[in-house]
Design a protein around this ligand. Structure first.
Ligand SMILES: [Zn+2]
Ligand SMILES: [Zn+2]
Length: 234
């Protein structure tokens, strides 16, 4: 099979998914990969990439979303973060307050710039680009490598968001192969969804005095797991 830069991390995430399943822990292999890409990106941005001029141009332009600012604050690397903020704020100040740089009557232009900043994030964009490539690679690996297809079928679950992204990346497959991938991946999704329905119902029942003495079974963390299944664990 043709090796790509994603073959190794994808295989590792799918093996990790199976390992966690054996330990009774539920995790989606694509969520595992997403976390990996995200922490690598955060490490880079507050480390090796921080002083790179090309990267600085982009962080000045895009800034970061609230979630990633929060994660960076938690990394105890305040100086690199402050240095990035210094030039980001400086650029923002010039763009929205220095009259000579703005066209006449430019309140709308200012608001547009602020609006753009509000929704852009350097880390989100980098992670998103990696993930898009990861899905097309995963489809390719499933198509060419029977061992990988078996690993996919052995997962505890694939979250709903990532199932849908996987199937979107499989558009190029023949109709027959796409249907086979659907069966493999949906098999994992539907058996987990069945378990979740039962666990969440049991969780609700436990608040009824008649079921007070019944064991919790697998239902104790079912609300958290249901949300992770529906929305991913990012
Ligand atoms: Zn996922
Ligand atoms: Zn972000």
């Amino acid at each position: 099979m043709q090796e790509t830069i994603y073959t190794i991390p994808i295989n590792e995430a799918f093996e990790k998914g199976i390992e966690l399943k054996e330990q009774g822990i539920c995790e989606c292999p694509f969520c595992i990969l997403e976390h990996r890409f995200e922490s690598e990106e955060l490490e880079l941005i507050l480390g090796a990439s921080m002083m790179e001029p090309d990267v600085r141009i982009m962080t000045n332009e895009k800034g970061f979303c609230r979630d990633h600012f929060k994660k960076m604050l938690g990394m105890q690397k305040k100086l690199p973060l402050a240095l990035m903020l210094e030039s980001h704020l400086d650029q923002l100040f010039k763009e929205i307050t220095v009259r000579s740089l703005l066209p006449a009557g430019s309140d709308d232009a200012k608001l547009k710039k602020i609006e753009k900043r509000r929704s852009s994030c350097y880390v989100c964009d980098r992670v998103e680009a990696n993930i898009r490539r990861m899905f097309s690679n995963a489809v390719y690996m499933w198509d060419k490598d029977p061992d990988f297809a078996a690993k996919l079928r052995s997962q505890k679950y694939i979250c709903l968001t990532h199932f849908s992204e996987l199937m979107s990346a499989a558009q190029y497959l023949s109709k027959k192969r796409r249907a086979a991938l659907y069966d493999d991946a949906f098999g994992v999704v539907s058996s987990y969804l069945g378990e979740l329905c039962a666990d969440v119902s049991h969780f609700c029942k436990k608040f009824d005095y008649r079921y007070e003495d019944e064991p919790w079974g697998n239902s104790k963390d079912s609300v958290e797991r249901a949300i992770r299944f529906l929305k991913g664990s990012k």
